[in-house]
Ligand binder design. Sequence first.
Ligand code: SAM
Length: 241
Amino acid sequence: MQENNQPKFFGRRKGRIIRKTKSTLLESFLPAIKIDENTVFDKETMFGKPVKKINLEIGFGDGVHLASQALNYPDIGFIGIEVFKNGVANLLTLITGIKDGKDLPDEIKLLENREDNIRVFDDDARLLFDKIPDGFVDRVFLLFPDPWPKKRHASRRFVNPDNLKALSRIIKKGGILRIATDHKVYKSWTLRTMHNCPDFKWTAKTSADWRNEPSDWVKTKYQQKAIREGRKPVFFEYERV
Ligand SMILES: C[S@@+](CC[C@H](N)C(=O)[O-])C[C@H]1O[C@@H](n2cnc3c(N)ncnc32)[C@H](O)[C@@H]1O
């Protein structure tokens, strides 16, 4: 913890210069879908229409997986969390169709084929957990989290007992936590840490269940990078028991 009682964050909050179009999206469109201190976590009211299920993606990166899942499952409400501003900006281009260099319309809207079923928390996920009611979430995606492979950085890994405690509270019984990684150290770390957490049960019956992509899978940027560089991703699914 830092002096201000906030957990210390070790990753990047901002990268390359964000160009005009994306900056405008962050200023003018993000507030319409942003989770802030006034957000009420209510499945009836927090999205454009009532939803029965909530999926949560932690560290959505450039937003491709989140944007595709939300398009493929219009009846589910998606909460996306990403602390990296450039990633949030990229998600906004995907869901509005407004790319860099394109003229901005008078009113920025979601693409016509999309439901209003994404809400975004643009800060550290650990600051949001306490605000989410017990059992509110059906499914959590934690895809290619930063591996922090050095032993002295192990406490920075997102899969850790404190975060699992928070996730086990907000995921409903029977809900799913999906963790994908391509990093050798993180694979064994995840298996060990999850094994020690009595709130979750590994659902795999055969090795194909964790070696192959799940049926609703959308390839993420980091997954594609891993494949290009010859690493083999794994897909672990845990049920909240
Ligand atoms: C290695 S990248 C993977 C991005 C994406 N999931 C993918 O597979 O392409 C990890 C992402 O998690 C984000 N992240 C790490 N810790 C986070 C936290 N505590 N809260 C929110 N986002 C976080 C980082 O900013 C980064 O974008």
